[in-house]
Design a protein around this ligand. Structure first.
Ligand SMILES: Nc1ncnc2c1ncn2[C@@H]1O[C@H](COP(=O)(O)OP(=O)(O)OP(=O)(O)O)[C@@H](O)[C@H]1O
Length: 352
């Protein structure tokens, strides 16, 4: 099998705070292949943006990769200097659409001028070639080539977002990291953006790391998915396997918290409680306090990441009760409560 494009292995990222070390990402592992669309989902504060920033070398000054590796085409890049990352990796190999990117467009500069600035820093290409590349990408994201010299305010919100995607793509990177690229847009605009992302897959063979709190978007547009809760990857695998057969309580409850076009209309799940404060090492399941099925061992060590037990070898979950939790959940949410509900098991301690 060919080497993955990006391989994140056992990655822990921490921030120095006044109260000590905060762990934002704990022992995260996943890989992305050429042309693969990979979705990273989880609620706010789960560590998604931190992972993205660690990959691109854009952590805040108080952040650090404490352990683990990030390999790009087999080369470890987590310790590269900012200069090396800028010269060799950023924009040309991996580009990044940060959260709130719409405000990152400079209102005083034409989009083409912003592209020239990026192109001049990261490549030796002549200006005319940079402009040509931008025109080609404008076309792919559904903007008229003639509009590369417009100012951002001459575009609608959805068009601005597509201009940002064009800026992330025009140097033909292998991997685009898009952090909540459609959050500020209405549903129709979101839909248009995702149609254009599909074209990227077909026409450019680019890989995508799509970060969003909205897992329904990932189920519609990605090949694989990882679901994060409070620094830990709870579950990951192909989108089809995780959609059909979620094993981690956070994975299935989170899935049920969003509408799903593949399924009949239903009430949306509400996940009670809040993620814990993660000071120091996360040597327990970070979902245990919110999980109705938590067993004592969930708090006695970080749960090992193990096969979810289906046909997808990449489908893994970090739950010690992975074999029974979903059945417990279903019996709990079924209309007839026969006394074996998850809540009653959690309350009586039976079944542990
Ligand atoms: N510079 C920082 N200093 C201290 N803590 C930080 C810093 N940046 C992020 N954090 C903390 O790290 C944790 C993970 O944050 P992160 O932004 O990576 O999560 P996220 O899943 O991307 O959330 P969101 O979708 O809201 O951006 C949170 O507890 C957050 O408060």
């Amino acid at each position: 099998m060919s080497e993955p494009l990006l391989e994140v292995d056992d990655l822990t990222v921490q921030y120095q705070t006044d109260d000590g070390m905060l762990t934002a990402t704990s022992n995260a592992s996943f890989s992305i292949s050429d042309g693969e669309f990979f979705g990273l989902a989880g609620e706010s504060g789960s560590g998604k943006s931190t992972l993205a920033k660690a990959i691109i070398g854009g952590l805040d000054d108080n952040g650090q990769v404490s352990s683990g590796t990030i390999k790009y085409r087999g080369e470890e890049i987590q310790d590269l200097s900012d200069k090396e990352l800028s010269q060799r990796i950023r924009w040309k190999e991996i580009s990044w659409i940060p959260q709130g990117a719409m405000s990152s467009l400079d209102p005083l500069q034409r989009v083409s001028e912003q592209a020239l600035e990026i192109g001049n820093v990261h490549t030796d290409l002549p200006d005319e070639e940079i402009r040509d590349k931008l025109k080609e990408t404008f076309d792919i994201v559904g903007l008229q080539e003639s509009r590369i010299d417009d100012y951002p305010h001459q575009f609608s919100g959805g068009m601005q977002q597509r201009a940002i995607i064009a800026l992330a793509l025009f140097l033909e990177p292998e991997l685009v990291i898009a952090d909540e690229p459609t959050t500020a847009l209405d549903v129709i605009m979101q839909d248009q953006i995702f149609k254009h992302l599909d074209r990227l897959k077909d026409e450019l063979d680019v890989s995508l790391l799509l970060i969003t709190h909205d897992i329904s978007v990932i189920f519609e547009s990605c090949d694989s998915v990882a679901i994060m809760h409070a620094s830990q990857i709870a579950e990951r695998g192909t989108t089809n396997a995780v959609h059909a057969n979620p094993r981690h309580p956070y994975a299935f409850m989170f899935k049920e918290a969003f509408p799903d076009i593949r399924e009949p209309k239903r009430e949306l799940e509400v996940i009670e409680g809040h993620p814990p404060e993660l000071m120091g090492e996360v040597d327990f399941c970070s979902f245990a306090d919110r999980c109705p099925w938590a067993a004592p061992e969930c708090r006695e060590g970080a749960p090992p990441t193990e096969s979810a037990g289906d046909d997808d070898p990449s489908h893994v979950t970090a739950c010690v009760r992975r074999e029974e939790a979903y059945e417990l959940y279903q019996s709990d949410t079924s209309p007839v409560d026969d006394g074996s509900s998850a809540q009653s098991i959690a309350q009586t301690g039976e079944g542990d």
